[in-house]
Design a protein around this ligand. Structure first.
Ligand code: COA
Ligand code: AMP
Length: 634
């Protein structure tokens, strides 16, 4: 007999309009849609055209109006400032309405962009929801990016207002945000009219007269603003993500499809009901933070946790268990790297034993491939199902998962299980022919993508087509490679482009190469991801110096490392580089990245038939060994 997953999956593919119309009935609409799926402009698809709603209403007011006003909506837990603050649905709605009033007083209206550059404090979520309340489009930029990266995003999004804080706190380090913000604005051709700054106790930002506004002062004077109805197809946010160049891609999310898909996913994927406590230990600057710290748990009427800390060091590897126990968390979602950090510091799980985790039901992992060791350690020590699931900034929610609210399939280590209903995942060869079970190829999704996914890239339909649609006509290219086994389990093995995943953070090696190439002594370079026990991958740079350069290699290496930190940010974790005489290339001049990567990771490799000079590989191996890779690896 078919289980609930099979039934839902089959219906979602056979009749997507009926499937998603039913899910949409669970959301609040000022005006119902005219068309569930609008395919009048293929390959661009739109969901719920003609419909009108407000995302913030669905996240907050809806629950206040339906008797959930006194339930905690958001718990801010910050071991780095020793603070726990709880907001009920009514309190959060009121704060958000007030901040919407602050933005409106600065002239922000529907369609205007607001850029949010904030640490993990409740005000970050409040600012996002306030934008949604007004129909303004937020663009949140992760705090670990440098001023130059922030400037690129300001220039593209052209925000009317920016919202930031005086500082972020990274374990014990206080990172002043305001100088980065000021520098970014000075570099960018587009300038915001106003900056609203929250002054934190650990750092006071200097304010620019006439441009900068103090968050707290503005809030005391603010008039609450009501929800503004928007079209289902209007943008809710732009989230920039790494592409293959230094120019990030502005992923757009619409309002209608997003509410429908995310609310539905809370039960289907995570098995969460209203009133449950859900914790995504990520950052609001990433897609996981948008979807599962802020929006989805609130759409569902859950309590969401906003955590300002790290899995280890704030104060120790027991902080996750303290939070789960103290706030009665039912499901945790984080990146495998966080668990590798905990496992490293507490291999026997001693901290786990100190806490009552009886409310904890499921651990979800995503953001990078989950290594079987980490999953098994977590299963053994936590005694709950550990669910790997696969998704991307572009998709906004899971493509493949073990859908805990539909049917719990047996886990196969190394696989995020099966396509989630709505996702017609296939494996194809370069000519777009479907491959047979077990054979590795490009992982693609048959169009149309389900609701909640990117309709296009901000101001760039052309790049959207080129990046995702042109290579495999009729399909969305995920840029991940993998296979589907005989039982329909999907395996995601590697990226097909130059994106790497460092501690669950998505980074472009192409962008790092652009920085290295700007060094006056560098003739040529390559950056690639090499295996790292904690972070999964870290970037390693190889540089060939210009003829006649006589300065010491160490000096040049420390300069390029500093350049990447200054131009991309500390989050790039670019700390390893080597000077080499030449880079291995094919006869047509393509750098053999895959081969270098295998040498670095001390894996077996075949000397490529197309290589111009195989002796370079030995030089490469020596260079890698000297910096602790290749034969230097255990
Ligand atoms: N603002 C400013 N700087 C930041 C930052 C932020 N929001 N986030 C990270 N950084 C800095 C860090 O301080 C560090 O700087 P350093 O080079 O001076 O030490 C650098 O960026 C790299 O940070 P990170 O990748 O977090 O490494 P780490 O060594 O500090 O911590 C882990 C390692 C595994 C504990 C940490 O990466 C982690 O918690 N990962 C989970 C990731 C996650 O949740 N991803 C979301 C996807 S679901
Ligand atoms: P991001 O856009 O930052 O969410 O990164 C998306 C990329 O992370 C994907 O394209 C994958 O390469 C990788 N990724 C995310 N989740 C998984 C997973 N569960 N298994 C394997 N890779 C994953």
């Amino acid at each position: 007999m078919a289980n609930k997953y099979d039934e839902a999956f089959e219906k979602s593919i056979r009749d997507p309009e009926a499937f998603w119309a039913e899910a949409a009935e669970d959301c609040h609409w000022y005006k119902k849609w005219d068309k569930v799926l609008d395919d009048s402009n293929k390959p661009f698809y739109r969901w719920f055209t003609g419909g009108e709603l407000n995302t913030c209403y669905n996240a907050l007011d809806y629950h206040v109006d339906n008797g959930r006003g006194d339930q905690p909506a958001l718990i801010y837990d910050s071991p780095v400032t020793d603070t726990i603050k709880k907001y009920t649905y009514t309190e959060l709605r009121d704060e958000v309405a007030k901040f919407a009033g602050v933005l409106a007083a600065q002239g922000v209206v529907k369609g205007d962009r607001v850029l949010i550059y904030m640490p993990m404090i409740a005000e970050a979520a409040i600012a996002m929801l306030a934008c949604a309340r007004l129909g303004a489009v937020h663009s949140v930029v992760f705090g670990g990016f440098a001023a130059k990266e922030l400037a690129t995003r300001i220039e593209d999004a052209e925000p009317k207002v920016m919202v930031s804080a005086s500082c972020g706190i990274e374990v014990k380090k206080v990172i002043a945000y305001k100088p980065l913000l000021d520098e970014a604005i000075s570099i960018s051709a587009s300038k915001p009219e106003k900056c609203i700054i929250i002054q934190r106790h650990k750092e006071t930002a200097s304010m620019i007269d006439g441009r900068d506004i103090d968050w707290n002062e503005a809030m005391t004077e603010a008039k609450p603003h009501d929800c503004v109805p928007v079209a289902a197809t209007d943008p809710l946010y732009i989230l920039y993500t790494s592409g293959t160049t230094g120019q990030p891609k502005g992923v757009i999310r619409d309002n209608g499809g997003h509410v429908v898909a995310l609310k539905w996913s809370m039960k289907a994927v995570y098995n969460m009901d209203a009133g449950d406590v859900y914790w995504a230990a990520s950052d609001v600057g990433w897609v996981v933070g948008h979807s599962y710290i802020v929006y989805a748990p609130l759409f569902k009427g859950c309590t969401t946790i906003l955590f300002e800390g790290k899995p280890v060091g704030t104060p120790d590897a027991g902080v996750f268990w303290r939070i789960i126990s103290e706030h009665k968390v039912n499901a945790l979602f984080t990146a495998p790297t966080a668990f590798r950090a905990i496992k490293r510091d507490d291999p026997e799980g001693e901290f786990i034993k100190k806490y009552d985790l009886s409310d904890f039901r499921t651990l979800f992992l995503a953001g990078e491939r989950s290594d079987p060791d980490t999953i098994q350690w977590s299963e053994k020590n936590l005694n709950v199902p550990v669910i790997d699931h696969w998704w991307q900034t572009e998709t906004g929610w899971a493509i493949c998962a073990n859908c805990m609210g539909l049917h719990h399939f047996p886990v196969k280590y190394g696989s995020p299980t099966k396509p989630v209903p709505g996702w017609n995942v296939q494996v194809v060869d370069p000519e777009c022919n479907q491959m047979k079970a077990g054979d590795t190829g490009a992982l693609v999704v048959k169009l149309p993508l389900p609701p909640g996914t990117l309709p296009t890239l901000y101001k760039n339909d052309q790049r959207f087509r080129e990046s995702y649609l042109d290579e495999f006509p009729g399909y969305f290219k995920t840029a991940d490679a993998g296979f589907i086994d005989e039982d329909g389990y999907v395996y995601v093995m590697s990226r097909t482009d130059d994106i790497i995943n460092v501690a669950g953070h998505r980074l472009s090696t192409g962008a790092m190469e652009e920085v290295l190439s700007d060094h006056p002594d560098v003739a040529e370079c390559a950056v690639l991801g090499v295996a790292d026990k904690l972070k999964g991958q870290i970037p390693a740079g190889f540089i060939v110096l210009k003829a006649g350069v006589t300065r010491s290699n160490d000096e040049i290496i420390s300069e390029v490392i500093k350049m990447v930190r200054d131009r991309i940010g500390p989050v790039a974790a670019f700390k390893t580089a080597a000077v080499v005489k030449r880079l291995p290339k094919t006869r047509s001049g393509k750098i053999l990245r895959g081969t270098i990567q295998k040498i670095a990771d001390n894996k077996e490799f075949k000397v490529p038939a197309t290589i111009d000079d195989p002796t370079i590989l030995e030089e490469m191996e020596d260079a890698l060994t000297a910096i602790g890779y290749a034969k230097g690896r255990e």
